[in-house]
Design a protein around this ligand. Sequence first.
Ligand code: SF4
Ligand code: SF4
Length: 196
Amino acid sequence: MARTVQQKQGWIGWLLFRDLWTGLRLTLRYMFSKTITHKYPDHEKWLPYHRHRGHHFMKTNDEGDVNCVGCELCAKICPCDCITVIPYEDEKGNRRPKVFDINLSRCLYCGLCEDACPADAIKLGQEYEVASTTTDALIVHLEDLIAAPHKAEKGAGTVIPASLSKNGSGKTIDQANGKGHDWWQMLKRKNNQTKD
Ligand code: SF4
Ligand code: SF4
């Protein structure tokens, strides 16, 4: 989590309006620096950090079964009441979800469901392009969660080449061979002003 480091200043700083001059210097620096435009969604796309909380995904085991044991803890802890779990017992005697729906139009992306899950099944991943013109499309089912992108590992925190999908989904698609760049560094932020 980014946080600003506050510098203590003495009475001389107050007297000389040190904060005011620091702010003005920063404003002037950006006024005369090169403008950086993030070309999203036509040519570039942000690849979030590993810790980003986006569209949920469901983890599966080596046999292809979902990790979820249908305990409903995630549904109970969800502050928005947007998870629906209906469990059943499969042929091996394992408890699994028959229905696992998440209403993304109500979701806060708080991550409480991920924290509460005892089976390491539900996670919040890197996908953030979830906008839709209908709320029905924002109710995602078990198969959507299994297919959803996982957390970003490689190249996280960079901007990668991408283009808008032509299939009418309105989402961008990643360009596999493109080299990413650190967009924040291009903004020339002072390293001693913020820390991750
Ligand atoms: S991220 Fe938070 S609001 Fe969204 S489904 Fe999980 S617990 Fe509910
Ligand atoms: S995702 Fe986790 S917490 Fe939710 S029902 Fe499945 S096992 Fe339980």
